[in-house]
Design a protein around this ligand. Structure first.
Ligand code: PMV
Length: 344
């Protein structure tokens, strides 16, 4: 039992290159964003455990006693590698959710319940251990995405910039600070469905799709090489190369079938402002990133942001390479974060 409030945060992430290809054993480059999710864990003496996720409008509470009465033997004994589709079905039953629920709100609650029940049962939440956090975060991802590659939880745990391939992670040394726009088209999509669609396309057209995945792999490797060179001395040519890689990958992702009209619009708007963009993550809507070269002047950035907002997109200006999961003291938090937490 916690004796005091615990504040932790973890960075959001974007995949620079390699989404979808990473599911098929290729390299992905992922970076932690300077946009963080904050969690306040607060002890209560009312015998209830509450979950409040203001960003997606989820507010739920359970009696601790009734959770303790649940038959959770199906979860095993704190083995963070054992989640199966059957567990998820059973959890839906326990939570009283419809069998076919796939919306983010239900899935977020399920991921929380799974982690709460598993971790409390196994009583291993006693030490800060990045390996352990990463393993549990991966299981949370599996509740939501089915069969994730593991790149998302890894980059949010370790932060910085990571090269990820088949579970093998290496950090890029001294990655340059890249400024980007992160743009949410607000078009909902299911990562699970999009990953399955790419798999079907690969099975249907192996001769066509396999070379696309190989080419995306080569783009990730070339991007890694360029980022390495930029650590020493970034030049305008480096940024132009990064832009070319972004364009080529965006076309490949379209050929894999994970594009969307909203993402085409995003790319067109930023192209009109001399900037280059690609989808990031699963595609089919969701988010895109736009590289902000250092030579782009403030009025041009502002004009691009206005044009994107005009399309109904949410747009954040941020940078990549942020620290991984972190614990905070209340005093060290930004006033805006503190205010956000206090208003819950
Ligand atoms: O949509 P996101 O941000 O969860 O990213 C999905 C990335 C994929 O490569 C499509 C899937 C995966 O598990 O790596």
């Amino acid at each position: 039992m916690l004796s005091e409030v615990l504040l932790v945060s973890a960075p959001g992430k974007v995949i620079l290159h390699g989404e979808h290809a990473v599911v098929h054993g290729k390299v992905a480059l992922a970076v932690a964003l300077n946009l963080r999710t904050f969690l306040r864990l607060q002890p209560h003496s009312n015998g209830r455990v509450g979950l409040n996720l203001p960003n997606i409008g989820v507010r739920r509470a359970w009696d601790v006693a009734s959770l303790q009465l649940l038959d959770t033997s199906f979860l095993g004994h704190g083995d963070s590698a054992a989640l199966t589709a059957k567990h998820v079905e059973k959890l839906k039953e326990v939570a009283g959710f419809p069998k076919d629920c796939v919306d983010p709100e239900h899935l977020a609650v399920l991921a929380f319940l799974y982690l709460y029940l598993s971790i409390c049962q196994s009583q291993r939440w006693t030490e800060e251990n990045l390996e352990l956090i990463n393993k549990w975060a991966f299981q949370g991802e599996r509740v939501i995405h089915g069969n994730p590659s593991g790149v998302d939880n890894a980059v949010s745990t370790w932060g910085g910039a990571l090269r990820y391939q088949q579970g093998k992670i290496s950090s890029l040394k001294r990655p340059p600070v890249l400024k980007i726009l992160l743009i949410n088209t607000k078009v909902p999509r299911s990562t699970k469905v999009l990953v399955a669609n790419v798999r079907s396309r690969l099975l249907k057209f192996p001769e066509i799709v396999a070379p696309l995945l190989t080419s995306i792999d080569a783009i990730s490797l070339e991007c890694e090489r360029v980022l390495g060179e930029m650590a020493a001395a970034p030049t305008p040519e480096h940024y132009l190369t990064l832009e070319e890689l972004i364009d080529m990958n965006q076309h490949h992702l379209n050929a894999l079938g994970v594009g969307h009209a909203s993402l085409d619009q995003l790319c067109q708007v930023t192209t009109a402002h001399g900037l280059h963009s690609k989808l990031t993550g699963a595609g089919g809507g969701g988010c895109g990133i736009t590289l902000l070269r250092p030579d782009v002047e403030r009025p041009a950035v502002e004009a691009t942001k206005r044009a994107l907002s005009g399309c109904g997109f949410d747009c954040w200006e941020t940078s990549v390479g942020a620290p991984g999961v972190s614990v905070h003291t209340a005093a060290s938090l930004d006033a805006s974060v503190q205010q956000g937490l206090d208003s819950l």
